[in-house]
Design a binder for this molecule. Structure first.
Ligand code: MN3
Length: 208
């Protein structure tokens, strides 16, 4: 089954009041993400990927940069759209997620600072992540370009912030720290993050 661009889980202008304008979503979802899907579909036959799930492909792509670029970015963006909401942000987290963040980071403020720092210090393009490690602990990490904790095997992502310039240049120009503050304070769908934690991560439904 060919890979496809999933629709956004909200209207194209739904995040505008939260710091992500319609034009950003038109370009980011409709052009950038769509281009990864198209390129990935172009690789399916030559790479022998027919019938494999997107997760399987990403997990096996660490040493195949051209494949990781397209498959990784397809998976990363599917997660990214889902972990934002017009009702997102705020400091009132669902109880189980709040307790876990308190236990593993010492509090929400400490988690936010660690996540922001991961995004700010990712040199060039990439992603900041909140992951669940094999021992069950939450941790923050970052990856370059199309890589993710799925491709590195570091853990299960339950929150990801795109720090490619195309994610924030229209809304925040060159000021990545402000984009990350806004993401954490106005966009993150904490209920979705908790649900991903509870069910052990995203299943994209793509590919297989
Ligand atoms: Mn992007």
């Amino acid at each position: 089954m060919a890979f496809s661009l999933p629709p956004l889980p909200y209207a194209i202008n739904a995040l505008a009041a939260n710091g992500m304008c319609q034009e950003t979503l038109e370009l980011h979802h409709g052009k950038h993400h769509n281009a990864y899907v198209t390129a990935l579909n172009g690789l399916i036959e030559s790479k022998g990927l027919a019938g494999k799930s997107l997760e399987t492909i990403v997990a096996g792509a660490a040493n195949d940069a051209p494949l990781l670029n397209q498959a990784g970015q397809h998976w990363n963006h599917i997660l990214f759209w889902q972990v934002m909401s017009p009702n997102g942000g705020g400091d009132k987290l669902p109880a189980k997620l709040a307790a876990k963040i308190d236990a593993d980071f010492g509090g929400l403020a400490q988690f936010k600072e660690a996540f922001k720092q991961a995004g700010v210090t990712q040199f060039g393009s990439g992603w900041a992540w909140l992951i669940m490690k094999a021992d069950g602990k939450l941790a923050v990490t970052k990856t370059p370009n199309g890589a993710s904790p799925v491709s590195t095997g570091e853990g299960t992502p339950i929150l990801g912030a795109d720090v490619w310039e195309h994610a924030y240049y229209l809304d925040f120009r060159n000021v990545r720290p402000n984009y990350l503050d806004n993401f954490l304070n106005k966009l993150v769908a904490w209920d979705v993050v908790e649900s991903l934690m509870e069910k052990g991560g995203l299943v994209s439904g793509q590919g297989a």
